[in-house]
Design a protein around this ligand. Structure first.
Ligand code: SF4
Length: 488
């Protein structure tokens, strides 16, 4: 029997999570006091971030917030309204069937018993418990992935499935916590005790949590700093660059989680492979950021984008070079005291078929950076599509003539760093095995058979403004990992 002090834990967590974002289903319950809207929100929230669920609910409830109005919407319209919630096609189908099921079985009302709720389309035991607890304030323990996971981390239960956890909690959790345990642990699981790399370092339960099965959060291992960071956020900036290998695909692999986790002031993306109007509005317009988009003319190909918290003085699209500029490869934001140049370098292609184009592009970029550096600091980031030195890839010998490590590509890196541009990551870290791209084949990422081809360079005069650099190789979602720079 566990002796985990549940009363003490909940007493500490209640005030703690009161400052966190309210889970979307609770929010909708509080705002609408309507079991139907709570039911719909709960169906939509499965395997979906709260921000995405909230936005989908707003769009949907504008057109349909009762069984009668929902019954009038065709599945195609429902799909459009609720995208990009996880499994939106299935959920649209469930929503289309819901008014009929409520009418036939429950006279158009949402039932409050778990056994009745689970007969509705798209409603499992977890959803049913949540609706019963949140919409009707009736005794129910909603065990979702956070509750199941955290209760096992605490050793309060030892179970293998959420259903086993629900049954174990019914037997031992004091009844006064039944209704609130889900909201508390969902908020806590999203904000502190995260599924990957929980923040034990700042957790209020740190002193007595047994942390069963938890892999401790590691500090970003590549981040090294030359001196303590200034205390204020006004003077320090975190810049992040990430080749997402298709933003629509990355959205389904946790892009927004990574985005919020990285908490950058400026977030540069390459290979977005999408037009902004092909993306959900809550991705184009992320709270607190302004975004700029430079897609390629060819659909589903290349393209760059930048999200920024700071207002740029101006935005420059391309290199003023028609041959290169239809591929959306260079997007520059001019700030008061520096230029951020976001670049997606072309791949030289198998058998180096595109090497001449690639080398010309390199030269145009270099001339562009030099021109900007005459005016103010320049930070150039992106997928440079080249490993510079043998230390920057797992198999240098085997790749000497291959795209990404061919002599002409490496020579350009020699040239630009020889001219004083600083490869910021190598300013701090000389270790081998520090990669930013891994092939999807042969379990290359698991074996760390990779290449370091994503960079932050700064112009020669701005080296003293560089305070740290990191590769975030624990962040998944693309075949590249994000890289970052701390800049003052
Ligand atoms: S100490 Fe770590 S594992 Fe335990 S509850 Fe806190 S964040 Fe979770």
């Amino acid at each position: 029997m566990s002796d985990f002090p549940i009363d003490r834990a909940i007493a500490l967590l209640e005030p703690e999570v009161a400052t966190y974002q309210v889970p979307v289903v609770d929010l909708i319950a509080a705002q609408s006091r309507d079991p139907f809207q709570v039911l719909v929100a709960t169906i939509l929230s499965a395997r979906t971030r709260d921000e995405v669920t909230a936005a989908a609910c707003r769009r949907l409830f504008k057109e349909a917030n009762t069984p009668e109005t929902l019954a009038r919407l065709p599945v195609e319209r429902l799909e459009k309204l609720i995208q990009p919630v996880g499994f939106f096609r299935n959920k649209a189908r469930f929503l289309a069937e819901l008014p009929g099921a409520l009418n036939e079985r429950f006279g158009g009302r949402v039932p409050d018993e778990v056994e009745e709720l689970v007969t509705l389309p798209g409603v499992g035991r977890k959803t049913a418990n949540l609706v019963r607890a949140v919409a009707f304030a009736k005794p129910a323990i909603c065990v979702d992935t956070h509750v199941h996971r955290i209760m096992n981390i605490w050793g309060y239960v030892q179970t293998k499935t959420p259903l086993e956890t629900e049954m174990a909690l019914r037997a031992k959790l004091p009844p006064q916590y039944w209704l609130t345990i889900n909201s508390i642990l969902v908020a806590f699981g999203q904000g502190t005790c995260k599924p990957v790399r929980p923040h034990c370092d700042r957790c209020v339960l740190n002193a007595f949590c047994p942390r069963l099965g938890v892999v401790p959060r590691k500090p970003p291992k590549e981040t090294m700093r030359s001196e303590p960071l200034p205390a204020t956020r006004e003077t320090r900036m975190k810049l992040v660059s990430w080749n997402v290998n298709g933003l629509r695909a990355a959205l389904g692999k946790g892009f927004l989680d990574a985005f919020f986790e990285l908490d950058a002031d400026v977030f540069a993306l390459q290979e977005i492979k999408a037009l902004p109007d092909q993306l959900p509005p809550e991705v184009v317009n992320i709270d607190g950021y302004t975004s700029y988009w430079y897609p390629a003319r060819k659909k589903g190909y290349a393209g760059t984008a930048v999200y920024t918290r700071r207002k740029p003085v101006q935005v420059l699209y391309g290199l003023e070079h028609p041959e290169f500029d239809h591929e959306g490869r260079v997007l520059t934001l001019e700030f008061d005291d520096f230029y951020l140049v976001n670049i997606y370098f072309p791949n030289a292609q198998p058998e180096l078929k595109r090497i001449d184009f690639r080398v010309e592009f390199n030269q145009a970029v270099r001339a562009f950076l030099d021109r900007l550096a005459e005016k103010k600091s320049v930070v150039a980031c992106g997928d440079f599509n080249v490993a510079h030195k043998p230390i920057d890839l797992a198999n240098p010998k085997a790749n000497e003539r291959n795209p990404g490590y061919s002599p002409r590509e490496r020579a350009w890196m020699d040239e630009i760093t020889g001219a004083g541009y600083v490869d910021t990551f190598r300013k701090f870290n000389q270790e081998p095995g520090q990669y930013t791209w891994w092939s999807y084949r042969f379990s290359a990422r698991a074996k760390n058979v990779g290449w370091r081809i994503d960079y932050f360079l700064v112009d020669p005069a701005s080296e003293s403004r560089v305070k740290g650099a990191a590769n975030h190789d624990d962040i998944l979602g693309s075949d590249h990992c994000p890289v970052s720079l701390e800049f003052v």
